[in-house]
Write a protein of this length. Structure first.
Length: 407
C-alpha cells in the first residue's frame, strides 16, 4: 500500500521507444491511429526458423552523448534504455538539476536473454576467448551502471523484478523514493525485455503466448478482451517517466503530466502464472483508498489486458466487482504488443498522453468484447480524463494498481 499525499507527487517527463514509434510524438501518432508493427519475428537468436509473431523496433541511432567506449557491443536492452533516457532528460530538463539528487529504478529482471543466448552460441566451443566484460554485462545491474555513467545519475539506482508488473512497480518505488526524501527526482524505467527463441517457445508451451493462427495477417493476432484471443503477442518496448514533487516541477517550470495520487502492490502468494481475482481486487481497492478516490471518480482504466485466455476474464470481473464499470477502457497492448517488463511503464505513458490530448486510442481487434463496457473500439474516442486507474499484473502473483489525476 502506497500513499502519496504529502508532498504531492507528479510525473514531469516521458521517454518512450516502441515498435510503433520512437519518441512520444511518434508513439502518440501511431497509437491514436491504431498503427501496428506486428509481423513474424526476425531478430537473430529469436527466429530460429520459427513463425512466432510480435513487433520489433526498427533500427535507431544512439544519442550523441553516449561514449564510444560504452557504445561497443551494447545489448539491445542497453541501447533502448539509453535512447529512452535521452528523450526523458530533454523532456524533464534533467541536465539542469543536481545529479546527486537524481535516482533511477529499472523495472525488469532477466532482461537480456537473447544476448546471452547469442553469447553462448558464439563461445560454446572456445570459452577461453569470452570477453572479460561478460562478467559484468550478464547481470541486470550492469544496466544501472550503464545508465548512471552515461547520464551522470549520482543518486540511488537499482533494478527490481515483478515480471510483467515490473514497469509499474518501478513507478511506485520511484514515487516512494521521492516521498521519503531519498532523492528529489526519480526515473522509473521499464526496460526492454529482449526474449530469445527459448523464452518464446516456453511462453507458447505454457499457453501464455498466442498461436500462429494469424500468421498470414499478423495485425489481427493481438486481441485483448476479445472472444477469439489465444494469448499475448510480444512487442519490443522501453518506457520511462520522471517522478518529482509538484512544488519542484512548478519551480523548475517543467512539464506536469499528472499527479501521482496513490498506488498499491498486492501478492497472491502463488508461484504459478495463473491470475487471482482476489489479489487484483485488493490492489484496486487499496490504490483507490490511498488516492482517496471513490470508484465512481475513476473515468478511465488502462488495464493489463494481454489477450490471455484466463487473465482477461478475471481482470474484467475484478473491474466490475470494484464498481468501475462506468469508466472508459481500451487496451494498449492491442497496438504495442506485450512488452513484459516494460509494459506497465509504457501503458502509463499511453494513459498520460491520452489524458493530455483528451482522446482515447482505439483497441485493435476488439470484434467480440467479453463484457459490454465503455470500450474505445476501432476508432479514437474524445474523452476528458480526470482520474485514471492503471493496472499491471505479473507471473508469481504480483498485482499493482496506480491512480493518476489530471493536473
Amino acid at each position: 500500500m502506497m500513499y502519496f499525499q504529502s508532498p504531492e507527487l507528479v510525473i514531469s517527463g516521458i521517454g518512450i521507444l516502441s515498435a510503433i514509434g520512437q519518441g512520444k510524438e511518434a508513439f502518440w501518432n501511431a497509437l491514436i491511429k491504431g498503427n501496428h508493427a506486428f509481423d513474424i519475428l526476425k531478430r537473430e537468436g529469436r527466429n530460429n526458423g520459427s513463425t512466432f509473431l510480435g513487433a520489433e523496433i526498427p533500427d535507431f541511432d544512439l544519442p550523441e552523448r553516449v561514449s564510444r567506449r560504452n557504445s561497443r557491443d551494447l545489448s539491445l536492452t542497453g541501447q533502448a534504455a539509453l535512447k529512452t533516457l535521452d528523450e526523458i532528460f530533454q523532456d524533464a530538463k534533467l541536465d539542469e538539476i543536481d545529479s546527486r539528487r537524481l535516482g533511477i529504478i529499472i523495472g525488469g529482471s532477466n532482461l537480456q536473454q537473447r544476448q546471452l543466448a547469442l553469447t553462448f552460441a558464439k563461445y560454446q566451443d572456445r570459452s577461453a576467448y569470452i570477453r572479460p566484460q561478460y562478467a559484468l554485462s550478464f547481470m541486470d545491474t550492469d544496466l544501472c551502471g550503464l545508465c548512471t555513467e552515461e547520464f551522470s545519475i549520482k543518486g540511488m539506482a537499482y533494478t527490481l523484478g515483478g515480471a510483467s508488473a515490473s514497469g509499474q512497480l518501478a513507478i511506485l518505488h520511484a514515487a516512494q523514493a521521492v516521498q521519503t526524501g531519498q532523492v528529489d527526482y526519480c526515473i522509473a524505467l521499464g526496460a526492454l525485455m529482449d526474449l530469445s527463441f527459448f523464452e518464446l517457445q516456453a511462453f507458447r508451451s505454457i499457453g501464455a503466448m498466442g498461436s500462429d493462427r494469424f500468421q498470414d495477417n499478423p495485425g489481427r493476432a493481438s486481441r485483448p478482451f476479445d472472444l477469439y484471443r489465444d494469448g499475448f503477442i510480444y512487442g519490443e518496448n522501453c518506457g520511462a517517466v520522471v517522478v518529482e514533487s509538484m512544488k519542484s516541477a512548478i519551480a523548475r517550470k517543467t512539464n506536469i503530466y499528472a499527479r501521482v495520487a496513490g498506488g498499491a502492490i498486492a501478492m497472491d502468494a502463488n508461484r504459478n502464472p495463473n491470475p487471482s481475482k482476489e489479489g487484483e481486487l485488493r490492489a484496486i481497492s487499496q490504490a483507490l483508498q490511498h488516492a482517496r478516490f471513490s470508484p465512481k471518480a475513476i473515468d478511465y482504466i488502462n488495464p493489463h489486458g494481454t489477450g490471455s485466455k484466463i487473465g482477461d476474464e478475471i481482470e474484467l470481473a475484478a473491474i466490475q466487482e470494484s464498481n468501475l464499470s462506468d469508466a472508459a477502457i481500451n487496451a494498449t497492448k492491442s497496438i504495442t504488443g506485450h512488452g513484459l517488463s516494460a509494459a506497465g511503464t509504457v501503458e502509463v505513458i499511453a494513459t498520460l498522453l491520452q489524458m493530455k490530448e483528451s482522446t482515447l486510442h482505439p483497441t485493435r481487434n476488439l470484434e467480440h468484447p467479453l463484457t459490454p463496457l465503455f470500450w474505445a473500439h476501432e476508432q479514437p474516442v474524445y474523452h476528458n480524463i480526470k482520474r485514471a486507474l492503471c493496472l499491471s499484473f505479473g507471473f508469481g502473483g504480483t498485482n499493482t494498481a496506480l491512480c493518476l489525476e489530471n493536473y
